[in-house]
Design a protein around this ligand. Structure first.
Ligand code: 5AD
Ligand code: SF4
Length: 483
């Protein structure tokens, strides 16, 4: 009722003038799709995987069926990532493999979706002739129409970014679901303009989704047996939505409360938090609700204040450490992970050492670690030379990885002897006799199956640990668990 998204009709009226004449009715598109199969592969962040579930839902509504075999697909789609150059290289290599389908089935269409589509736009069709369809992250409602255009041999590109689109009204078609944990996208885009990052250019301006459609999606997942939702956004702490009738504003802490109140049996996670925006109010909300998981992914990027300023992160080392102190004070047993970039423009050896010393100070449970990859069009690409030699970047990255491995091993070892409440997700990959699931702090636990099933809460005593997994056994039969 409160949805502010453009409807399909309004969206079509946003198309450039030269597309207006070709717009098909929904019935015509369904007819054109009848019996055709699509194959969809996703790259990059969780947001992209979540978007793929929107894409699958839109195509399904228009009569396309899903296949897991690209060889039998009529429409092959790659939902792509542009965050680093190697992410784009992977997609290019994969496209070459997938294009072999065209030899047997010339009428098959290949489409590129997501951030790489947005970055390269019509170039992919014109200069590179790599794909038949190019569709940016805010144009997925137009995909059936783009397929129809490509069928008739016309250019099929829509890379318009929107200030409103949140796909609020589209029920995602859950792909690769374990039936226990699901993602809910709460906002799109990013307004932060970190100087290294291409996301603000590929995903556009930040906008928050209607809080009540988010709660309804969480409730629906819970009703279908899901027991954990992860609220997704590039910067969840800047979530901000105004109710159009009451004019009340809902910030991230308010949204967290609403979702946590769906059921005490529904775990709530979120990603990604931004050090400049994470408030004590969010931390107190986490502490107040047992089912909001005590885990925060808080990308630091660098431990040096000069580099942070050049990165346009708008906080310095002291600010970050103060936020870590607040987390430890308000949510004492909180799991912590981060993102780190090695070898950003002009980074000196001492500044790299500052990153290592910050890691020592915080002792992250886990990190995602990268070396800097210049992205065309970003502030850093325009203003700062990419002047740290590749071998130095890689050596610094290896030092960061080696230190993180030590910290992870320590952090996991510290859990030996403790008992955790674990949400069972699935059978372990290692053995059909074992199940796996996560602790509140997001650590993966493997334990003998006994009578545990996916979706149960169980208590597991930890007896052993690697640097990425806890190993243990249930301390109580499942019947006594809280489900
Ligand atoms: N080079 C290397 N890493 C990057 N990231 C974003 N842009 C770049 C880049 N140009 C990393 C950041 C971000 C994570 C999602 O990817 O650490 O938090
Ligand atoms: Fe990129 Fe910074 Fe936005 Fe994250 S917060 S998506 S790193 S611009």
């Amino acid at each position: 009722m409160y949805d502010q998204n453009p409807t399909l009709d309004q969206q079509e009226s946003l198309l450039p003038d030269d597309r207006q004449g070709e717009v098909l009715t929904r019935e015509e598109m369904e007819q054109a799709a009848a019996g055709r199969l699509f194959y969809l592969e996703s790259y990059g962040c969780q947001m992209n995987f979540s978007d793929s579930e929107i894409v699958a839902s839109i195509l399904h509504q228009h009569g396309f069926g899903l296949t897991r075999q690209f060889q039998e697909a009529d429409l092959i789609l790659l939902n792509t990532c542009a965050i680093r150059d190697n992410a784009e290289q992977r997609v290019r290599n994969r496209l070459q493999e997938l294009r072999t389908v065209k030899k047997q089935k010339p009428e098959a269409l290949i489409g590129m979706l997501g951030c790489m589509a947005e970055r390269l736009k019509a170039r992919l069709l014109e200069e590179e002739q790599l794909v038949d369809i190019v569709c940016g992250p805010d144009a997925y409602r137009d995909l059936p129409q783009l397929v129809a255009s490509a069928d008739s041999g016309q250019k099929a590109v829509n890379v318009l970014l929107s200030r409103e689109e949140t796909y609020s009204d589209i029920a995602p078609l859950r792909l690769d679901a374990n039936g226990v944990t699901g993602f809910i996208s709460i906002m799109r885009g990013c307004d932060n303009m970190c100087s290294f990052c291409v996301v603000p250019f590929t995903r556009g301006r930040e906008r928050s989704r209607n809080a009540f459609t988010i709660v309804a999606e969480a409730q629906d997942l819970f009703n279908r047996g899901y027991r954990e939702v992860t609220l997704l956004g590039q910067n969840v702490d800047s979530y901000k939505w105004q109710h159009p009738e009451t004019d009340n504003w809902y910030h991230f802490a308010d949204l967290l409360k609403l979702v946590a109140e769906v059921s005490p049996l529904l775990r709530v996670r979120f990603s990604t938090s931004h050090p400049k925006d994470i408030t004590d109010e969010v931390l107190h909300t986490m502490a107040a609700y047992e089912n909001i998981c005590n885990y925060i992914h808080l990308p630091v990027q660098s431990g040096n204040s000069r580099i942070l300023e050049k990165m346009n992160r708008t906080y310095d080392r002291d600010w970050y450490m103060e936020r870590i102190d607040a987390i430890r004070r308000i949510v004492p047993d909180c799991g912590l992970s981060t993102d780190i970039i090695a070898g950003f423009c002009s980074e000196t050896e001492e500044e790299h050492q500052d990153t290592l010393s910050l890691m020592e100070q915080v002792q992250f449970d886990m990190s995602y670690m990268f070396f800097y990859s210049e992205r065309p069009g970003t502030l850093a690409a325009r203003k700062y030379p990419d002047d740290v030699p590749e071998d130095v970047k890689k050596r610094r990255l290896n030092e960061i990885i080696a230190l993180q491995n030590i910290h992870s091993a320590n952090r996991y070892k510290q859990d030996i002897g403790k008992t955790f409440k674990v949400l069972v997700e699935k059978t372990s990959r290692r053995s059909a006799e074992d199940m796996c699931g996560r602790t509140d702090q997001n650590k993966m636990v493997v334990f003998p199956k006994e009578n545990a099933a996916a979706g149960d809460y169980v208590f597991v005593k930890i007896t052993d640990a690697t640097s990425a997994t806890l190993i243990g056994h249930m301390t109580e039969p499942v019947v006594a668990a809280v489900k």
